[in-house]
Design a protein around this ligand. Structure first.
Ligand code: FUL
Length: 684
């Protein structure tokens, strides 16, 4: 305790006089970036032509006639988003297929030629009204890449794009974020509708002029794009930021659209010259658009919670997508899941134990910057250390022993992001125990750890770019969440289910019904070689609580399958283990199914390691009865597979096959085609 006496004496003497705030550590956020940071959590809505064509990336040759929602209700979207605690909605005004959700004067490819409201509808206007009614911000997603427009690739298209931006940014009130999708372009691996119109996305769009236009029309909006300039992509479509996440970026040389960005720069740069904070975007389902076949693949609460803690809890904002369905509504299942997340967040952060604790800091700047400032709601009140005092210890003493498992810290980012290294320790009956050693904090950092019983926390800043600041410190006890069982199936079809907690049991069904504690209890691996739906839950007998239902549609087992390749590694493509893969130098994989099977489609899982190579973007799938004569069953593209490497399911006309072959016609990085897993579909 002695250690803290001297600073407190000093403090006492400083207290009577005003002290100036610390000097900013550049870069710092602009006014609009600060307002954007406050939003923290908002929604994406992917709803457009793809909803009706059942695609992720439409070709651009769809007919406006196809766009026909039956019960479209933007107020339902706004209510869900508001109830879920989100602060705004970004809408796909125009996606890569070029269809416009507003009656643009510059194209016929819009709602005005659709049956919806007999061509009189304007979805952007309806969303504006709904957002206003529910007190939400509205943002615009606009795809520069356009597979429909005849002039795409020429200067004429750039005028078209700017004219459309003028419509969107003048006629619909205040826009909080303009989201320019970076898909396709110079490094492009996809063409347009039946053509290859690659553009150099760095030069073609003449971004400086487009950015200036947006600034002029919506000075308060932030812009998200391949090149920033205000908000950057987090580097994946899984909704995860990195442990180390700087809001700083050398914006003039590093940008989200560069191929090496996800691997090298997605965590930002300590010495970055500009403030370009990370935004984590993720869909609540595997795809961005609605597909009925994903109705049982809506993310579970544990998955959503991981996303929340790994984005908002790691100095990023969170943009969760709802693939609005063909009715024009957020699907019931998606509503259910997002509300579970909202309830859980409220529970996790219900009581802040720091509010009742005694706080002390090894250094305080002086009056107005005391450590007690971190207890205040007002984000402009903050603790700060004296200039040059980097190493700081903050002690948080609880009135009694307390179980905690969450710790939250926020820097006063208006003066720049500073902290580089910190530790959190808890005093337990065995002395000080290290809970976490970390790097960045930024606008918000939330640490999740196993429950610890403690009466005192020690939060130490070990290194920082300048003397640190905190606008908030908090500690919580989040109720335990029972996670659904982990699933594995091997090549013989044997399914194993597991859960780390020994006291938790697993129950399952194979008849489509929802399991409970009266269903089959899982004890040993189960042999499943026929197509079936497996439903499973974890159940804690002591609390009577169960997890969400784990759902898995299983097709035939691969027990008889053999790869027709000499490399032994090739078998990794059919071993049912998503973490292993095989790279094929001749760009194809051939499998002997062991017997003649009636097939209706195939599945392809690209490599699942973070920076995967050889992801197939264009394919030909063939089958054969004798392994010599082949018939092509399907040919096409796997849209958006590079950024969102989920399992692809392609269906085709029924066929009899003994042998199947997946041939790559192009990978996203021109590397040897890689296969984590391929499978066949034998059921409807
Ligand atoms: C990607 C797009 O290609 C996807 O379709 C989706 O819109 C996602 C948010 O961004 O780049």
């Amino acid at each position: 305790m002695k250690k803290y006496l001297i600073p407190f004496v000093l403090l006492f003497s400083c207290n009577s006089t005003e002290v100036p705030p610390p000097e900013p550590v550049y870069p710092i956020p602009s006014e609009s970036q600060l307002a954007w940071h406050d939003l923290e959590y908002y929604a994406f809505v992917h709803f457009n032509m793809n909803t009706f064509s059942d695609m992720e990336w439409g070709m651009g040759d769809e007919s406006p006639e196809q766009f026909n929602p039956t019960e479209l209700d933007t107020r339902q979207w706004a209510k869900v988003v508001k109830d879920a605690g989100m602060k705004g909605i970004i809408i796909t005004a125009k996606h890569h297929d070029g269809f416009c959700l507003w009656p643009s004067a510059y194209t016929e490819h819009s709602v005005k030629n659709s049956p919806w409201k007999e061509g009189k509808g304007d979805l952007i206007r309806e969303l504006r009204e709904a957002c206003d009614e529910y007190g939400l911000e509205m943002g615009i997603y606009y795809s520069p890449w356009d597979r429909n427009h005849a002039a795409y690739g020429t200067p004429e298209y750039i005028s078209y794009m700017r004219n459309q931006l003028k419509e969107l940014l003048t006629n619909y009130g205040d826009i909080f974020e303009v989201w320019f999708d970076g898909a396709n372009g110079g490094t492009g691996y996809y063409g347009g509708a039946n053509e290859n119109r690659f553009v150099d996305k760095l030069t073609y769009y003449d971004w400086p002029k487009t950015y200036a236009l947006v600034r002029e029309l919506q000075p308060k909006a932030v812009m998200f794009s391949d090149g920033g300039p205000d908000v950057r992509w987090v580097g994946n479509e899984e909704g995860f930021a990195y442990e180390t996440t700087w809001s700083n970026l050398m914006r003039d040389s590093v940008y989200a659209g560069m191929p090496e960005y996800p691997e090298k720069y997605a965590s930002g740069q300590e010495n970055g010259t500009h403030w370009v904070p990370a935004e984590a975007d993720v869909s609540i389902r595997p795809g961005w658009y609605y597909h009925a076949y994903e109705d049982h693949k809506v993310k579970t609460l544990p998955q959503l919670l991981d996303i929340y803690y790994n984005s908002i809890g790691r100095n990023a904002s969170l943009l969760i997508n709802f693939p609005v369905d063909r009715r024009g509504l957020i699907h019931e299942k998606d509503v259910e899941q997002i509300m579970k997340l909202s309830t859980k967040i409220k529970e996790d952060f219900a009581v802040d134990f720091v509010q009742k604790a005694k706080l002390s800091a090894s250094n305080e700047r002086g009056r107005g910057f005391e450590i007690s400032q971190v207890l205040k709601e007002d984000k402009n009140k903050y603790w700060a250390a004296e200039d040059g005092v980097i190493h700081n210890e903050i002690l948080i003493k609880f009135p009694q022993k307390q179980d905690i498992n969450r710790f939250l810290a926020q820097e006063h980012i208006a003066l720049g992001q500073r902290i580089k290294e910190f530790t959190l320790e808890a005093k337990t009956q065995n002395g000080w125990q290290l809970i976490h050693k970390g790097s960045t904090i930024g606008t918000k950092r939330i640490l999740r750890f196993d429950e610890v019983e403690t009466d005192e926390l020690r939060f130490t800043i070990l290194d920082a770019k300048a003397s640190p600041t905190f606008s908030r410190l908090a500690a919580y006890l989040a109720p335990k969440l029972i996670t659904e069982p982990f699933f594995r199936r091997d090549q013989s079809g044997t399914v194993s289910l597991s859960i780390p907690e020994k006291s938790v049991d697993i129950y399952y069904t194979l008849d489509g019904s929802i399991p409970d504690s009266q269903s089959n209890q899982y004890e040993n691996p189960i042999k499943i070689d026929k197509p079936v739906r497996l439903n499973a839950i974890s159940y804690d007998p002591s609390s009577g609580k169960s997890s969400e239902v784990f759902v898995k549609d299983l097709d035939i087992a691969k027990a008889q399958w053999k790869v027709i390749h000499t490399e032994t590694d090739a078998a990794k493509a059919i071993d049912e283990d998503p973490s292993t893969f095989w790279s094929s130098n001749n760009q194809e994989l051939t499998v002997d199914l062991g017997e003649v099977i009636h097939i209706k489609g195939f599945t392809y899982l690209p490599p699942q390691n973070r920076f995967m190579r050889g992801v197939i973007s264009k394919y030909s799938f063939q089958s054969s009865m004798d392994g010599k004569t082949w018939t092509e069953r399907a040919k096409g593209e796997f849209p958006n597979i590079h950024n969102n490497p989920i399992e692809q399911m392609i269906r085709f006309e029924d066929a009899q096959a003994r042998y199947v072959k997946l041939k790559s016609l192009g990978t996203t990085d021109n590397q040897a085609a890689s296969f984590a897993e391929i499978g066949v579909i034998t059921i409807d």
